[in-house]
Design a protein around this ligand. Structure first.
Ligand SMILES: NC(=O)c1ccc[n+]([C@@H]2O[C@H](COP(=O)([O-])OP(=O)(O)OC[C@H]3O[C@@H](n4cnc5c(N)ncnc54)[C@H](OP(=O)(O)O)[C@@H]3O)[C@@H](O)[C@H]2O)c1
Length: 182
């Protein structure tokens, strides 16, 4: 069985990075990183856009699918044998997974904005971490629909997901996570 799960940390105002695409230190938290990296270790593949990357010491060992419009459908990533380049307009996710030899298990979607948005109809779970003390005015939102009239929670609810309990990851820093499920 396959499950599609999203992972993000957002500011109080629902942003993932500043206007230049840089993730500020106010969104970086060691406890959230441990939660995130442990989840990625359990996933069978990581999916993200060309400007995103989870980093960390185990990144090179992970299978990954990188979204890009620079190719028509699917292509190997010459620099990284565990990676595949994918344009969803030219090939399905199933085709990309088959090409990369990915079996059953969790597919971890890790951003950015357009990639998080693309999978909104398909998430089995979305892990929304929040750094409550951070705000990023004019930043990049987690979903394209997030703005003055919609929070990330409202967007997730609109797409049929329901929240679980809030779990503190680092109470002193105001960082917590809520897992939303379909
Ligand atoms: N706070 C967090 O948890 C979190 C999570 C993720 C990212 N971030 C931060 O956010 C920053 C920027 O995010 P971003 O939204 O600009 O980057 P992104 O989604 O990682 O990369 C954007 C690029 O991905 C490709 N792409 C995206 N959607 C696509 C689609 N539907 N079809 C084909 N290709 C697609 C395009 O590549 P081409 O230009 O090659 O066509 C696009 O230019 C990152 O640098 C990172 O620092 C933070």
């Amino acid at each position: 069985m396959r499950r599609i799960e999203g992972y993000v940390i957002v500011s109080a105002d629902g942003m993932i990075a500043d206007a230049k695409g840089v993730m500020p230190d106010s969104l970086k938290n060691a406890a959230d990183q441990r939660f995130f990296q442990a989840a990625l270790d359990r996933a069978v593949v990581i999916v993200h856009g060309r400007h995103s990357h989870e980093g960390g010491p185990r990144a090179a060992q992970r299978k990954r699918i990188i979204l890009t419009r620079q190719i028509a459908a699917i292509a190997p990533d010459p620099a990284h044998p565990n990676s595949l380049l994918w344009n969803p307009l030219g090939a399905s996710l199933d085709q990309a997974l088959a090409q990369l030899g990915v079996g059953d298990g969790a597919i971890a979607v890790i951003g950015g904005t357009d990639v998080f948005s693309l999978f909104l109809p398909r998430y089995d779970a979305f892990h929304l971490s929040r750094a409550a003390n951070a705000t990023i005015p004019g930043g990049l939102p987690v979903f394209a629909e997030v703005g003055p009239n919609a929070t990330p929670e409202q967007v997730l609810a609109r797409h049929g997901l329901r929240p679980g309990p809030r779990r503190d990851l680092d109470a002193d820093a105001g960082v917590s996570v809520v897992t939303w499920e379909r």
